[in-house]
Design a protein around this ligand. Sequence first.
Ligand SMILES: *Cc1c(COP(=O)(O)O)cnc(C)c1O
Length: 362
Amino acid sequence: MPRPIKATIHVANMTHNLERARACAPGSKAWAVVKANAYGHGLERAIRAFSGADGLALIEPDYAVRLRELGWAKPILLLEGWFDADDLQAMAQHGIEGTAHCAEQIAMLEAAQLPGKINVHLKMNTGMNRLGFMPEDFAKAYQRLRAIPSVGDIVLMTHFANADEAAHECLPIGEQIRRFGVGAAGLPGLHSLSNSAGVLQMPALAGQLASDWIRPGIMLYGGTPGGKPAEEFGLKPAMTLSSEIIGVQELKAGDFVGYGSRFQADGAMRVGAVACGYADGYPRHAPTGTPVLVDGVRTRTIGRVSMDMLMVDLGPVPHAGVGSKVVLWGEGMPVDEVAAAAGTIGYELMCAVAPRVRVVEG
Ligand SMILES: *Cc1c(COP(=O)(O)O)cnc(C)c1O
């Protein structure tokens, strides 16, 4: 018998969320971003859920080839491009497109003897300062790429740092759009700008933010990049992490719970042990008070999360006992809310679900 913890993937909700992304950007083509094993939801499921996307985008070259083997026939994009010359061969062979963000990558492309053309997404650094060519160097990089016979279409691309906060004090999205416009001026090619945060801003920024290709990720999985609840954008959870109560203790005032005895009861209370710990991907740093559902009722975690268990307050659910259902996040308990309580983001929680957790569909 497996442990009662499981991740239920809601494939139909993933499809619904892709439609929400498209509704925000009606004229755009959509890459469904499926890096990190589709943010923990599984590549094979992503192929089914996102069959209506124009392409799938990810980071891992080996998984890109796997998508082809799994039967995905539409475009595939490597968001960080190629890491070595072998990647370029595989890309040309399997018809995989790739981002070029540095001169070293272009040099690799110049040196490669490829069996076919590859489409390249040339990345501009508009202020995030991770990857990409500066706006003033962009046209030169473009011309260098254009001169390579094995380069097919060139798409112009950048990535937003703070699209979830239109008036960000350090780097507002409008400033990145402006820099992109300067660097891309006069260069032919489609534009690819918006991640989920950008996509969700597109209705509000109509006229200012155009993105021929959008690149939604987290919103497809029912999370939001900013502080606003996913529900407000009509997004539905794509993963429910659930388990059961496997033990109950009756505490009296002064009793402690768990490693480090970090929680002390200030009166009589019942607590439940849930079969879910940090070895399942639940964040160990989630403090007392992190929200959780027991038998559909909101309560809180208490004490330290351990490897295989965490403890919950059964005060609000007096009828709960061994076998009661627990939802850690997902339907009825937004992943973003759990993440915020634990000082992280929904992305990290979804991606961290451990291999020992059974995955089912529902
Ligand atoms: C991950 C990623 C995305 C998707 O970002 P979300 O915030 O999950 O929507 C888009 N573009 C690039 C280049 C990425 O690496």
